[in-house]
Write a protein that binds this ligand. Structure first.
Ligand code: ATP
Ligand code: MG
Length: 249
């Protein structure tokens, strides 16, 4: 589903991704963990082509995202980019709901704008998506009347309404009060159980340990450890991994 080979990226002289290799199979959940500034968000943004990378290649469902190599530097056509974005959904730390729209309208809007659905069909579909994240009762509420956890669940409903093949999450629970984290993680667990392919940047080690098929530990732009949660959490010997994990216990 996602194949990342030899990807490197610098911001000026700051080398933030170095020789990244990572494969995500269909229906797999891969968690990216690691210290602040290690390149987790940058890698996620490269997968969604919100960011260009300098070396290597990223393929999604066989399709090249961005540049091939230094020599070739082939850009995606606008059409390829649109197809790519259509199949890849991203959930951010900040939910970015439209404040002047109800939960239902927030989910339905993109279906009308991007998918070209008529309003009635979009509303019906949006209602089903809100039900899926446990928010059917809040369909007519405005974001200001929803908790952070509920707002993030609306944001997730908005993404899954587009029926993405792949979902990217960048610290989806980091902006939430601790008591609201669980409900969002539960929605993500349900998605994983339904077979969604997911790449999740998270500091929730419990989620990574219980839900991830694979965990990648990024350190200064490199994948310093990769494997099953058991392999990374219990068997990894790299001092940097040990040190990082200790701060979470
Ligand atoms: P965090 O856990 O704090 O979110 P991260 O692992 O997601 O960290 P990134 O946001 O990917 O880290 O940043 C990796 C490095 O790239 C950092 O040194 C950061 O300062 C730098 N960086 C990120 N975005 C830019 C940018 N647009 N311009 C310049 N430097 C950037
Ligand atoms: Mg980040």
């Amino acid at each position: 589903m996602v194949s990342i080979r030899g990807v490197g990226k610098s911001f000026g002289t700051n080398e933030v991704l170095r020789d990244i290799d990572l494969t995500v199979d269909r229906s797999e959940v891969v968690c990216l963990i690691g210290p602040s500034g290690s390149g987790k968000s940058t890698l996620l943004r490269c997968i969604n082509f919100l960011e260009v990378y300098d070396r290597g290649e990223i393929r999604i469902e066989g399709k090249l995202v961005g540049y091939t190599d230094d020599a070739q530097r082939r850009r995606l056509s606008n059409r390829d980019l649109r197809d790519l974005r259509r199949n890849v959904g991203m959930v951010f730390q900040q939910f970015n709901l439209w404040p002047h729209m109800t939960a239902l309208e927030n989910v339905a809007e993109a279906l009308v704008q991007v998918r070209g659905m008529d309003k009635a069909a979009a509303s019906a579909h949006a209602g089903r998506m809100l039900d899926r994240v446990g928010l059917a009762a809040k369909a007519d509420s405005y974001p200001a009347r929803l908790s952070g956890g509920q707002q993030q669940r609306v944001a997730i409903a908005r993404v899954i309404a587009m029926e993405p093949h792949l979902m990217l999450f960048d610290e989806p629970t980091s902006a939430l009060d601790p008591e609201l984290v669980g409900e969002v993680l539960q929605v993500m667990r349900d998605l994983a159980a339904d077979g969604m392919t997911m790449v999740v940047v998270t500091h929730e080690m419990g989620f990574a340990a219980n839900v991830a098929d694979k965990v990648a530990f990024l350190d200064r732009g490199r994948i310093a450890a990769f494997g099953t949660p058991r392999e990374v959490f219990h068997e990894a010997t790299e001092p940097r991994v040990q040190q990082f994990l200790q701060t979470y216990h």
